[in-house]
Write a protein that binds this ligand. Structure first.
Ligand code: ADP
Ligand code: ZN
Ligand code: MG
Length: 493
């Protein structure tokens, strides 16, 4: 049976004979107030070229000094990724010419990186897969080119040096991914861990997190890796996944038609939905790396490493395990509630304020997250404080108001930020748990509906629901459902 033909002209049967091999390189901006080798501010959005000095402008004779705070954050990121911190590492000059690189070289770690041999576990088909991290090293960022006008006429280009010298770490993975989905899962997991550790804001729109993907294909069952292509310009995880899908098919198409894969760099063209050649490795730069003479080698003492490890916040996997253990919620709930540190903190605050964990988890997931999402708000902008939500949950659990009324109160709390007790009092929503009052209403309803009563007496049990409905209507949904049930049974029976 032959499969459908893909856009590359290769059938799905043939595609299935190949296995993709993928490795990722992630650049991450560290969350420091000042740049990596000078005291200029790293603030995003300042007036162009306002945060510059002789060091980050690459003026001759200016001397760089390593930002200790940036190094501490890099160490924290590396430890969160289970890397070995090298006692000694060293910066090197990576020489190339580009208008956004005023020094004529980038300062990056080359043959002696800060950290090596780490790993990250990613979720995969209900289990996990361990992805190797080859290295994590520090480097400075380049400036930003801005282009204006039409491509063929009247074109102006500008350079903003504010970003030049901002501290980065590069995290290089092993070629351990076997599908674009795995690459996607790694990036979301990595971003979550890095957000938890607070080393970066991981903001892709502002360029704090950027990713290049390397991909090759080989026939299934063979060991040897194919020739890899590097892809740049992947500014969202979804684009990255789509670019990989496209590129894998393209490579298989080339091999199937008897061609060879060139080692090259390609760009993802969002508009067209395809990868296009950028530069081939033959013309690639020889960077002429050499040790940076203006900076001392980096020394990380055992004590400093221990200190940073001691300050490490609880990481997502540990938090999920603790939630499962302490709160008896489902693995699914634990996953949702630990998506971000802020959400996990919110949930824990609701529980600490006295709400039963299972109910707190339900209210947050069904009511709160849905409304925040509709309002385009983050959890730390929630109009309902954890203590107020806990108060509402306790009121509902104690039977003072019904679950249905609870949802109405929640909606009002979300709109006004008011306290549940006040809203319940103002709306007169208190649940009617006075059995004589419920009995009075029940007698009235039965009296008004002799036909339904006769049907019930004749054995039509379905009519019971009719009476319950009438009761809830008469009490504006406030009658205690259990009492309604018991009293109706008694009076009808
Ligand atoms: P380069 O010398 O081109 O920088 P590296 O060996 O340093 O190449 O690897 C860069 C990235 O490419 C790493 O993330 C690595 O996992 C990945 N990689 C290496 N070889 C392959 C391959 N054959 N197919 C896919 N990815 C690869
Ligand atoms: Zn500067
Ligand atoms: Mg390399």
């Amino acid at each position: 049976m032959s499969g459908t033909t893909q856009q590359s002209g290769v059938s799905s049967d043939v595609l299935a004979h190949y296995e993709p091999v993928i490795g990722l390189e992630v650049h991450l901006q560290l969350k420091t107030a000042s740049k990596i080798f000078c005291a200029c501010s790293t603030r995003f959005g300042d007036a162009p070229n306002s945060n510059t000095c002789p060091v980050c402008l690459g003026l001759p004779g200016a001397l760089p000094v390593l930002n200790r705070g940036a190094l501490a954050l890099a160490i924290r990121a590396a430890l969160a990724l289970h890397c070995t911190i090298q006692e000694r590492s060293r910066f090197a000059r990576k020489n190339y010419f580009y208008p956004d690189l005023p020094k004529g070289y980038q300062i990056s770690m080359y043959e002696m990186p800060l950290a090596t041999a780490g790993w990250l576990e990613i979720p995969l088909d209900g289990a996990t897969k361990r992805i190797g991290i080859t290295r994590l090293h520090m480097e400075d960022d380049a400036a930003k080119n801005l282009h204006e006008g039409f491509p063929d006429s009247d074109r102006s280009s500008y350079i903003d040096f504010n970003r030049c010298g901002v501290p980065l770490v590069e995290i290089v993975s092993e070629p351990d991914f076997r599908s674009p989905e795995e690459a996607y899962a790694y990036l979301t997991t990595l971003k979550q861990v890095l957000e938890y550790t607070d080393v970066s804001d991981c903001n892709m729109e502002e360029g704090s997190l950027r990713c290049d993907a390397n991909v090759s294909v080989r026939r299934r069952g063979t060991e040897k890796f194919g020739v890899k292509v590097e892809m740049k310009n992947l500014n969202s995880f979804r684009y990255l996944q789509r670019a990989l899908e496209f590129e894998i098919e393209r490579q298989i198409g080339v091999l199937e038609s008897g061609g060879r894969i060139e080692q090259e760099t390609r760009l993802w063209n969002v508009a067209v939905g395809q990868t296009e050649p950028m530069r081939s490795k033959e013309f690639a730069h020889d960077y002429r790396y050499f040790p940076e003479p203006d900076l001392l080698p980096v020394h990380v003492s055992e004590n400093w490493k221990k200190e940073i490890l001691a300050q490490m916040p609880e990481l997502p996997a540990a938090k999920r395990a603790r939630f499962l253990r302490d709160f008896q919620i489902t693995p699914y709930d634990a996953g949702v509630l630990t998506a971000t540190r802020a959400l996990a903190d919110y949930f824990e605050a609701v529980v600490a304020a006295g709400a039963p964990p299972k109910s707190a988890a339900n209210w947050i997931q069904t009511e709160l997250l849905r409304r925040l999402n509709d309002a385009g708000k983050e959890i730390d902008q929630s109009p309902i404080a954890p203590a107020s939500l806990a108060a509402l949950v306790k009121i509902v659990e104690s039977g003072q108001i019904t679950g249905a009324s609870g949802k109405k109160v929640f909606a009002k709390m979300f709109e006004s930020g008011g306290a549940p007790e006040q809203i319940i009092a103002a709306e007169g929503m208190t649940q009617i748990s006075d059995s004589s009052e419920i009995e009075r209403i029940a007698r009235e309803i039965i009296e008004k509906n002799p036909d339904q009563l006769a049907k019930y007496k004749a054995g039509n049990e379905g009519v019971f629901k009719f009476f319950v409905g009438q009761m809830m209507r008469a009490s504006r949904g406030q009658a205690n459902p259990q009492l309604v049930n018991d009293i109706l049974k008694r009076l009808l029976g």
